[in-house]
Design a binder for this molecule. Structure first.
Ligand code: NOJ
Length: 560
């Protein structure tokens, strides 16, 4: 497979609202990001991905855009953004922007026009349908609860919104919509950005019949994703986008694609298929959910995790490139979800980082992950801000099946606000994020878990990440080596190898607080084993045929 800079890179995701506030409104801003670039340089990241910074009424924190050519008031101005880009590039870091084009805000001028009359020239920029006898055009459920259709009194029709009703879906069948999007993409690329992360990009082509979805347990609404995820024209649209925009620039692209299998992903990222470089798949994010979706919480099983990760590592082998992530702004914090955020917080954060950074693909770090930030548990629902969480809570409260404390327990596990509490910079009031009360409460553990503390402790999670990142620069095998699973059925240990020409790495990870014995498969012959990185102090000259692992221990050996 071809060598590419984005395969060798490490990406750091910034959720600007929660990163750093400099103008004293309790909301992060672009100037705040600028003040922290040296910190990111110290960590060693190559690329920054900015979650949306465009003008937005913030129904969904910027994923509802009302002007693609301007910056959200709370975050600053286009001049601030230009300066940020300059400062990022000065440090030899790249910048990729979030591209949210499955939908706009309902306050976008296109939608304001579109809803005015059935013959408005912008009517067909969105998906409008008549309902029948006061019933929506179909039974699709919005990702944020309730129907995916909103009735508009003015023209007596419904518009489709698979996210919130303030996020109407664009009609990609309309060539004018596509022209507008490509024009806007070029406008940003001509400013010198280095690529895009594309929001739910595999949802842009809907089955034009808009069929009803099979409903679960006689529920009124059901997920329609089988009719819009990887829809009929998605590859046609992306190839057009590639041809008209992406191919003209030396950039990286990563598409967010829920509901893809490795075979489907290969169609988006296939090396010669001219669409995207990588996709974010969701299978490993779904392994602790049941048939009822994300709030139907199931226990985590390492064996399933290994199966899913291996399926992706092997599934795209020699075909395309994986993105690697264990959390982001939509997911719980990885150390709380897959590790242990109490007694073994530091150990398990390092172990999970080792797992991710030693796989084949481009690792994505989500802000705060590098200091082991954890989930949060606010006392009351009023302290939550995420509309997905709030809508779901209200709906379940209305149904009245579970009591409030059961609902709160689920929120503690799965709410997106777990990842959105402000970045913990130091142990001062408001964690050094702001000098006023922030838009979302700080996690009370900021006194112990913060950047200042991490930078002062040479054994911190931060320095472990820094070392992992350096190792990637020193050993091409970490980027390009083939992945193979060992000990498939082990309940606590995740072990795998990476192989590149004559070289071999062995990665051993204990996903438990027990002390399981690692037994090296007899087929692996070696002279000596050199420890490249580990999260406990170990005797580096020992043989590694059989030994006990400490809780959440991780070791990476180079086999000679
Ligand atoms: C995925 C984004 O990551 C999420 O935050 C957002 O709510 C939806 N897409 C809708 O844009």
């Amino acid at each position: 497979m071809k060598k590419q800079w984005w395969k060798e890179s490490i990406v750091y995701q910034i959720y600007p609202r929660s990163f750093m506030d400099t103008n004293g409104d309790g909301i992060g801003d672009l100037k705040g990001i600028q003040t922290k670039l040296d910190y990111l340089k110290e960590l060693g990241v190559d690329v920054i991905w900015l979650s949306p910074v465009y003008k937005s009424p913030n129904d969904d924190n910027g994923y509802d855009i009302s002007d693609y050519y301007n910056i959200m008031d709370e975050f600053g101005t286009i001049e601030d953004w230009e300066e940020l880009l300059f400062e990022v590039h000065k440090r030899e870091i790249k910048l990729i922007m979030d591209l949210v084009v499955n939908h706009t805000s309902d306050e976008h001028p296109w939608f304001i026009q579109s809803r005015q009359s059935k013959d408005n020239p912008y009517r067909d920029y969105y998906i409008w349908r008549k309902g029948e006898n006061g019933v929506e055009p179909n039974n699709w459920e919005s990702f944020f609860s309730g129907s995916a259709w909103e009735y508009d009194e003015n023209t007596k029709e419904y518009y489709l919104h698979i996210f919130s009703k303030k996020q109407p879906d664009l009609n990609w069948e309309n060539p004018k919509v596509r022209d507008e999007i490509y024009k806007m993409m070029k406008w940003w690329l001509d400013k010198g950005i280095d690529g895009f992360r594309m929001d739910v990009i595999n949802f842009i082509s809907k089955d034009s019949d808009l069929p009803n979805a099979p409903s679960l347990h006689g529920k009124q609404y059901a997920s329609g994703s089988r009719y819009f995820a990887n829809g009929p024209k998605v590859h046609q649209f992306l190839q057009e986008m590639h041809n008209r925009v992406l191919s003209l620039y030396a950039i990286m692209t990563v598409g967010e694609t829920p509901d893809v299998t490795p075979d489907e992903a290969a169609l988006y990222v296939g090396e010669n298929l001219n669409e995207l470089n990588m996709v974010f798949q969701f299978e490993h994010m779904d392994i602790d959910s049941g048939a009822g979706g994300k709030w139907d919480v199931k226990p985590f099983h390492l064996k399933t995790f290994k199966q899913v990760m291996t399926k992706w590592q092997k599934g795209l082998e020699d075909r395309g490139w994986n993105s690697l992530y264990l959390n982001n702004h939509d997911q719980p914090r990885m150390v709380s979800r897959f590790g242990n955020d109490k007694k073994y917080r530091v150990e398990s954060a390092k172990m999970l980082a080792t797992c991710l950074h030693m796989m084949k693909g481009t690792p994505f770090i989500y802000q705060g992950e590098e200091i082991g930030m954890t989930n949060v548990a606010f006392n009351t629902i009023d302290e939550y801000k995420d509309l997905e969480t709030l809508n779901w809570y209200r709906e379940r409260e209305k149904e009245g099946v579970e009591d409030a404390s059961t609902l709160m327990q689920l929120i503690y596990k799965k709410s997106r606000d777990n990842a959105r509490t402000p970045m913990q910079w130091n142990d001062h009031k408001h964690a050094g994020f702001s000098n006023v009360t922030p838009w979302l409460k700080i996690n009370p553990n900021y006194k112990e878990i913060n950047v200042k503390e991490a930078l002062e402790d040479k054994d911190s999670v931060f320095y472990y990440y820094k070392k992992l990142i350096q190792l990637r620069k020193e050993h091409p095998i970490i980027v390009y080596g083939a992945y193979d699973l060992l000990l498939e059925n082990h309940e606590q240990i995740y072990a795998f190898t990476r192989t590149y020409d004559e070289e071999k790495l062995l990665i051993i990870l204990n996903f438990s607080e027990k002390s399981p014995t690692f037994e090296l498969p007899k087929t692996m012959v070696y002279q000596s084993a050199e420890l490249l990185i580990g999260n406990y102090k170990v005797n580096t000259t020992q043989r590694i045929d059989s030994f006990n692992l400490q809780p959440y221990e991780s070791r990476v050996y180079r086999m000679h």
